[in-house]
Design a protein around this ligand. Sequence first.
Ligand code: SF4
Ligand code: SF4
Length: 453
Amino acid sequence: MFSRKATFKGGTHIPAEKNLTNSLPIIRMEAPEFVYLPLAMHIGAPARPVVAAGEKVKLGQLVAAAQGFVSSNIHASVSGMVTRIEKRYLPNGSLSDCIVIKNDGLDTMAEEITPGKNHGEIKAETIRQLLLDKGIVGMGGASFPTHVKYAPQKDGSTIDTVIINGIECEPFITADHRILLEEAENVISGLKYFLLASSAKKGIIAIEDNKPDAIEHLTRLTRDEPNISVVVCKEKYPQGSEKHLIYAVTGRTVPDKGLPSAVGVIVDNATTAMQTALAVEKDLPCYERVLTVSGDAVNKPGNYLVRIGSLYGDVVEKAAGGITGDIGKILCGGPMMGFAVGSLQYSVIKGTTGLLLFSQNSPLAHFLAEETCVRCGRCLEVCPMFLEPTVIAKAVKRRKWMDAAASDIASCIECGCCSYNCPSHIPLVQYIRMGKQFIMTGGSGGCNPLFKN
Ligand code: SF4
Ligand code: SF4
């Protein structure tokens, strides 16, 4: 059916495991009693609170303002009362101040939000301002503030192509797939706004060939759009990685340590595009998102529209019917790039694509002890960044930070292909993440036990 299938070099084939939820329509979850909004839920500087404990807030009201250029606004995801601002952990182990709001159950919308508001003639500046005002960030997991991507290029270079990333190559996760099916018009509108904001002439919606229904749907809806096309990509992990996607669909190589804009491209996730359409056309800030809840320890796996700041525990209980059996592992995000967490006391942020719960019987919950490297070279073969994962991991284990840096640890995209294929169960990507943390923190190594003397 699809003659052209774009792909990249390296990478690996992994079971998609999406059949638990890929045919289940998005269901809106009842808002929880409390929401916890981390001020550092995006890349860049944490937002600065503009409300205080005891203050009443309305749904969609600005509660924390972007600080600096690379930062993002945060809005109340329920109406109610700010009870406190407290420190809480994020799944990646960092600490963030969080605004805690007690829901009054009324969902009283902030007066400043006027769906159908006339923005006048929509110009590039209008879109850029709305991206900032409405707190739009990359919702495929990266959480990079979207307005930054569409700011005029400092070096005067131009953008000719915007790619909508509808790949979703992480196993189990199906939220973007459902968005492509159920919110396709908004995804296309979002792409048109991105084209306007960047002055790019060409829009591409990239979808992996394991989603034929989405490919067909989007192809039909864009049939009469001369500057928008759907490109089918071969199912391979990590096809959704920005640099690999750009190579697959345009043949351009983003330079080492360079940005996509260096080759005239901007990539945005499908959910981000949908959220942008809601910001422009309905004046809505980003206060809810769709995430997949899946795994064999969940009663009702599904794709749920939840308020930002909802606790994982509330999502599992209120939306997914609670836990079944004994929990062996909880993952925030997918099994390849997500974070294992020890409880359900974390909050959903704008970049939370999924929540996976596995029972103690699941192979995904089993701990496999690290064995000696047998020098099979599989990690090298699959690395899509053409690194030597085993060399970097050895340098990290020996605390040879300069050696790790010389082996280009910084270029690792933490895709996990190396660890996944290692027959000796060496947690290569975990060593690499720890090495990066050590190098970034200038010696403390954060909370990692590896770095304790
Ligand atoms: S070294 Fe990094 S980029 Fe290469 S396979 Fe491992 S995790 Fe992926
Ligand atoms: S895949 Fe594992 S065993 Fe093979 S060379 Fe790499 S680290 Fe060694």
